[in-house]
Design a protein around this ligand. Structure first.
Ligand code: AN7
Length: 337
């Protein structure tokens, strides 16, 4: 499949002949979830965004943000990130042969994401602070220097991310509800934009981690905490737009506890064969805890990032290995016992 810009150019702000920085992102699997469907009494699909080139949905936004930056003559891009935006920005900057710089909260991003950002050659800055502070700082920095800001405050990010809605509609037609994790609130805003552009209006149900749920409480969270490090965000940049999307679609926003997130995370891996990262499982946790929205028969849960991003949480949440001596009797006991 071609990348997003090529595939959906008629619905994106790119003209033929504009530079395109792509890793053939998008066109991700929409996998039926029979076990989940049975548990909630509705037909449920999983939009597996971990199948994007860097393992998260951020690549959809990044192909557009970096292509636009190159079109404008930028030679460097920067972002604040809980990890996935950093990995994606680093990869697309490498692809475009421009400088990438990422500011992440020190010690609070998953191992895989850090490895990606470093491997792609970005300058990785570990901030002694949280994501919200990092975002404030990069906004200030990019206002004063010729560096393109590629966080989802950049409108091109939303343009790219809205294409996930197009793919859902192209593949299975209209749905009743979308369940999606919410951190900085760019993705839910983008999905709603995409659905609306296609004359579709599923209910948008956003889910936040209980320790980082400003949209639920209506108040900024000064010290957000959750095992789902990707959505450890206390002051979402797209706060108003996300609330509008959920209100206008007759959806809503709810909190799910870390325990509920981890239950859904293990369930998806062990029962559906789909391994996502903890933040992604918030969408399914929300569906399991709150049930299918009234009257909703066709539901898509967005799994925003791949499980391999965060091997540490995975190992903490899974069973142990079976040690074994190299002889057949021991192997028989180990395998069959
Ligand atoms: C796996 O990478 O904010 O509500 O800096 O990585 O659009 O922010 C990541 C967010 C959900 C929330 N799932 O999406 C970042 C960052 C995963 C994520 C979200 C993120 P938004």
């Amino acid at each position: 499949m071609p990348g997003l810009i090529e595939r959906y150019r008629d619905r994106l702000p790119f003209a033929p002949g504009d530079p395109v920085v792509s890793l053939q992102e998008g066109s991700t699997p929409l996998v039926p979830a029979p076990q989940l469907s049975e548990r909630v009494g509705a037909q449920v699909w999983l939009k597996v965004e971990g199948a994007n080139p860097t393992g998260s949905f951020k690549d959809r936004g990044m192909t557009c943000a970096v292509s636009a930056a190159v079109r404008e003559g930028a030679t460097a891009v920067i972002c604040a990130s809980t990890g996935n935006t950093a990995a994606s920005a680093a990869a697309y900057a490498a692809r475009a042969q421009i400088t990438g710089a990422v500011i992440v909260p020190e010690g609070k991003i998953a191992t895989g994401k850090l490895a990606q950002a470093l491997m792609h050659g970005a300058r990785v800055i570990a901030l002694r602070g949280n994501f919200d502070q990092a975002l404030e700082l990069v906004r200030e920095l990019s206002a004063n220097h010729p560096i393109a800001l590629v966080n989802s405050v950049n409108p091109f990010r939303l343009e790219g991310q809205k294409t996930a809605s197009f793919e859902i509609l192209d593949e299975i037609g209209p749905i009743d509800a979308l369940c999606i994790p919410v951190g900085n609130a760019g993705n839910i805003t983008a999905y709603w934009k995409g659905f609306q552009e296609m004359g579709s209006a599923p209910r948008m149900h956003g889910f936040q981690a209980a320790g980082a749920a400003p949209l639920v409480s209506g108040q900024r969270v000064e010290h957000p905490e959750t095992v789902a490090s990707a959505i450890r965000i206390g002051n979402p940049a797209r706060w108003e737009e996300a609330m509008t999307a959920m209100r206008d679609s007759r959806g809503g926003v709810e909190a799910v506890s870390d325990a509920q997130i981890l239950d859904a995370y293990r369930f998806l891996a062990a029962r559906e064969g789909v391994f996502c990262e903890p933040a992604s499982a918030a969408s399914v946790a929300g569906l399991l805890v709150h049930g299918a929205p009234e009257g909703a028969r066709r539901i898509v849960c967005v799994l925003t990032g791949h499980g391999l991003k965060d091997p540490q949480v995975a190992l903490e949440q899974s069973g142990s290995v079976v040690p074994c001596e190299p002889d057949i009797a021991a192997v028989e006991r180990a395998v069959l016992g």
